[in-house]
Design a protein around this ligand. Structure first.
Ligand SMILES: Cc1cc2ncn([C@H]3O[C@H](COP(=O)(O)O)[C@@H](O)[C@H]3O)c2cc1C
Ligand SMILES: O=C(O)c1cccnc1
Length: 380
């Protein structure tokens, strides 16, 4: 069953299944290991049983990574040292398999789908496209090829809502219709990947300057200050960081977004990839499938998803803790403990992909580890 509209998807998100969670907790207690010895993996296995509504929950394989790419009008405010065309150039790099997320996804056996939801520069013109590795698809549909495992070619979904947002310091970044179109693109991409057999989704981003709207979204949804939410992104100096904080504050002051109106928040101070990630997460939750979130951009999308449907949080797994300060604020607000803490601050879904084997291990325990009874091991 598909839930293509935002409203239908939100309506399909249900609370975690308590009996399945109780069964997982009880099973964990009977497995041949001291109770609690697998730490965070035990709690994760219980939660994923609740998400699936069954114990043990299905193994989260194959997993599918979607990298949502978009550009930002606020780039004009000098919040990132990188030129805007790097977004499109990196899309070409993803499609050629040459980015960090591609290397990590090959290792994890996960296919990568790149979604142009709002890139400003026309795609498919860089040298990295010479081998015609892109397999463009229209309409935000993802196909079976996209879940083909780590050896599958990265695929492109062309679903550009507009060529970059407007500058949120002077006007709303998006209209409500544009924000909705981006959210529904994320939903469609998730639906396509799930229909093609993905048992776990991974949310990544690409968009020069996108840590600036991420900070604004985190400030609105958590109530933290612009200072607390705003970090150094790709690695900016003190002067640009101080300026970036004033840019975030100016956008918040101009629009005074209402956190109870998540579409309005995404439209005024968000980004197309942030909105698409929110939809992607909602669709995973609606289909009772785990979705691993990455760094500060995915976390800001997760806050929007939780504002639309609080029960969606059960399906979210925090892959890692980004160095970007807003990421920790967002995860704390969602009540999520990151699985890895490697000092990473890249995006692309890179940290989330690294967490895939950990998520799989948490579930595999419930499938494969013997009980004290079955293995004839004495209890204390
Ligand atoms: C070569 C390159 C590859 C990247 N991969 C992810 N990002 C990350 O950095 C950007 C956000 O940082 P800021 O807000 O400071 O611009 C996003 O594109 C994000 O995905 C990259 C950035 C660059 C330059
Ligand atoms: O946390 C992230 O994902 C991140 C941090 C810095 C730059 N781009 C992404």
């Amino acid at each position: 069953m598909t839930h293509v509209t935002l409203e239908a998807t939100v309506a399909a998100v249900r609370p975690a299944d308590q009996p399945a969670m109780a069964a997982a907790r009880e099973l964990q207690g009977r497995l041949t290991k001291p109770a609690g010895s697998l730490g965070a993996l035990e709690e994760l296995s219980v939660r994923l049983a609740g998400v699936a509504g069954t114990c043990p929950p299905p193994l989260p394989i194959p997993a599918a990574v979607a990298v949502f790419a978009g550009d930002h009008g606020v780039h004009a405010q000098a919040v990132s040292p990188w030129p805007q065309e790097v977004t499109a150039q990196m899309v070409a790099n993803f499609l050629a398999g040459g980015a960090v997320v591609n290397a990590f996804a090959r290792q994890a056996g996960a296919a990568v789908t790149v979604v142009d939801v709002g890139v400003a520069t026309p795609l498919l013109q860089g040298p990295a496209d010479d081998d015609a590795s892109a397999a463009p698809m229209g309409g935000g549909e993802a196909s079976a090829a996209l879940v083909g495992g780590g050896d599958a070619r990265p695929a492109l979904v062309e679903a550009n809502v507009r060529r970059g947002t407007r500058d949120m310091t002077v006007e709303p970044a998006l209209t409500a219709d544009e924000a909705r179109a981006a959210v529904e693109t994320g939903i469609r991409v998730a639906e396509g990947l799930i229909a093609a057999g993905a048992a776990c989704l991974v949310a990544g981003d690409m968009g020069i300057a996108n840590t600036t709207p991420a900070a604004a979204l985190i400030a609105v949804f958590t109530g933290c200050t612009a200072e607390e939410a705003t970090g150094r992104g790709t690695g900016i100096d003190d002067a640009m960081h101080a300026h970036k904080i004033t840019v975030v504050r100016a956008a918040l002051d101009r629009h005074a977004p209402d956190p109870a109106d998540p579409l309005g928040v995404l439209a005024t101070v968000g980004g197309l990839e942030h909105a698409a990630i929110a939809g992607f997460i909602l669709a995973a939750a609606a289909h009772r499938i785990p979705v691993i979130i990455d760094g500060v951009i995915a976390a800001s999308g997760a806050l929007a998803a939780a504002a639309f449907a609080p029960d969606a949080v059960a399906a979210m797994v925090a892959g890692h803790l980004s160095v970007e300060p807003g990421a920790a604020v967002a995860l704390a607000h969602l009540g999520l403990e990151p699985l890895l803490d490697l000092g990473m601050r890249l995006g692309e879904g890179s940290g989330a992909v690294l967490a895939l084997p950990v998520v799989e291990a948490a579930v595999r325990v419930l499938h494969e580890v013997a009980t004290f009874d079955s293995a004839g091991v004495s209890e204390k």
